[in-house]
Design a protein around this ligand. Structure first.
Ligand code: IMP
Length: 217
């Protein structure tokens, strides 16, 4: 059963022990380890376990996070955590969306990806659509080997800007200005971004529902 994150519903609680992180990115695994260590999670990555990467063929962030978490949980026999994220530009029907990484091509060239987005927005503007709003989205799933999943979503709203500004962050950060700020994520101090990002919001919901100590379990 999938339980899509609200804090007032009953959620399955992680009861300690091994937790597999379904990511091949060592930086992400380290960050999650630091975050979840206080809750008795003995974090291990899919790479350390030698597990293959499943095909991420979902058309939503939630589907892809669930595919990755379920594949790791069933293959390892331990609870597993996966996230999927991307940039959704409203005037472009939420593209690049789940294809955010793919717009950067084989060589992971995000300058090229940002140019593609800027070019598509210019075309939209020529056709009369001046909307520059966008959001980053993150879906975070914890799955158990019996197939149970709990999924949480975080979003941050903002405006697309051009040209690129700032050298902090990664991916599309230099062309995204979060609402309430006149700087891009690329210009923002990392600590500030991490306190308000789509990923931080999804993690806060997950920790609150499935990891924080509770008196009702
Ligand atoms: P994944 O969820 O790690 O596969 O990330 C998908 C892609 O979305 C990344 O390669 C980035 O291009 C983009 N993305 C996700 N989160 C962010 C962010 O916080 N800043 C900039 N780009 C992001």
């Amino acid at each position: 059963m999938t339980n899509l994150g609200t804090n007032n519903a009953k959620h399955r609680h992680f009861s300690g022990g091994k937790l597999v992180i379904a990511s091949h990115n060592p930086g992400k695994v380290r960050e999650i380890n630091d975050l979840l260590a206080p809750f008795g999670a003995d974090v291990v990555s899919v790479a350390e376990l030698g597990l293959p990467e499943p095909v991420e063929d979902g058309d939503t962030f939630i589907k892809n996070a669930e595919i990755k978490a379920l594949a790791a949980a069933t293959a390892s026999g331990f609870p597993a955590l996966a996230d999927d994220s991307g940039l959704c530009v409203h005037a472009l029907n939420n593209e690049p969306g789940v294809y955010s990484a793919r717009w950067a091509g084989e060589s992971k060239d995000f300058v090229l990806a940002m140019k593609k987005v800027a070019g598509a927005l210019e075309k939209a503007e020529e056709s009369g659509n001046t909307d520059k709003s966008a959001h980053f989205a993150c879906a975070l799933t914890i799955a158990w080997p019996d197939g149970h999943t709990e999924t949480f979503e975080g979003k941050v709203l903002g405006q697309m800007t051009w040209p690129m500004r700032g050298n902090n962050g990664f991916g599309y950060d230099p062309v995204f200005m979060p609402d309430g700020f006149d700087i891009t994520f690329g210009e923002m101090e990392p600590e500030k971004k991490h306190s308000m990002s789509h990923r931080a919001r999804a993690f806060a919901l997950l920790v609150d529902a499935c990891f924080a100590s509770r008196s009702d379990t």
